[in-house]
Design a protein around this ligand. Structure first.
Ligand code: ADP
Length: 223
């Protein structure tokens, strides 16, 4: 059993999803049971909440937004994350509770005590074993994100936020990492995809190995 809960955080365009996919493939090559998920949208209810939350046409009130993310998380933790951990899976989630601190707390301005309470309620106290924070300057993330949009990805409501919003979010993430350095590891996301992947493996493998499932074969990734 190599159960572990690892979350991927960072501003949009920081490369989290790319790195999550690469890590999942690498772990599967090593024979580890991996579940890949995301917030919002990791469950079927969550997918419907995600559609509403990211819809550019929808005027989502900030309090409603906070509570919808919490509802998504409550469903996610109870239906998917906890059961997966209990059955020995490594769960990789693209965003989790820290995103609420960064986006709804620092981004939208809800008071920290309220944010903490909502998170505690939704998670039931389940926090990740390890959080990888992909950090890069806002201008760089916007440029990457724009390239992705030019390649045909739809824009969402958060894309419409200004640079100051994303800067507050980035700083909040860095503060979370500074306050909880054992759990949250900051990764320099300005480096190449391959270099970043190597760093991710350096941080993740000791945790997985400490959970008792050493890799029997360790083929080099060819992603
Ligand atoms: P996120 O999930 O954080 O929004 P993505 O993984 O979707 O970010 O990456 C956003 C865009 O940046 C994609 O087009 C991706 O191919 C590109 N990208 C990801 N990592 C890097 C990197 N290290 N260097 C340059 N471009 C990158």
């Amino acid at each position: 059993m190599a159960a572990a809960f690892i979350t991927f955080e960072g501003i949009d365009g920081s490369g989290k999803s790319t790195q999550l996919r690469m890590l999942a493939s690498e772990l599967r090559l090593r024979g580890i049971n991996v579940i890949v998920t995301r917030e919002p949208g990791g469950t079927s209810l969550g997918a419907r909440l995600r559609a509403a939350l990211l819809d550019t046409e929808e005027q989502v009130d900030p309090l409603a937004e906070l509570l919808l993310y919490a509802a998504d998380r409550a469903q996610h933790v109870r239906q998917l994350v906890r059961p997966a951990i209990e059955t020995g899976h490594v769960v990789l989630s693209d965003r989790y509770a820290d995103a609420t601190v960064a986006y709804q707390g620092a981004g939208r301005g809800f008071p920290p005590a309220l944010i903490d309470e909502v998170i505690a309620l939704a998670t039931g106290g389940l926090m990740p074993d390890l959080t990888l924070l992909f950090d890069l300057p806002v201008a760089e993330s916007l440029a990457r994100h724009k390239r992705r949009a030019d390649e045909g990805d739809a824009r969402d409501r958060l894309d419409a936020e200004d640079e100051a919003f994303h800067a507050r979010v980035r700083n909040a993430y860095l503060q979370i990492a500074a306050a909880d350095p054992d759990r949250v590891r900051v990764i320099d996301a300005t480096r190449s995809i391959e270099e970043t992947h190597a760093r991710v493996l350096e941080l993740v493998m000791p945790l997985i190995e400490s959970r008792g499932q050493r890799s029997e074969v360790s083929p080099k990734s060819n992603v």
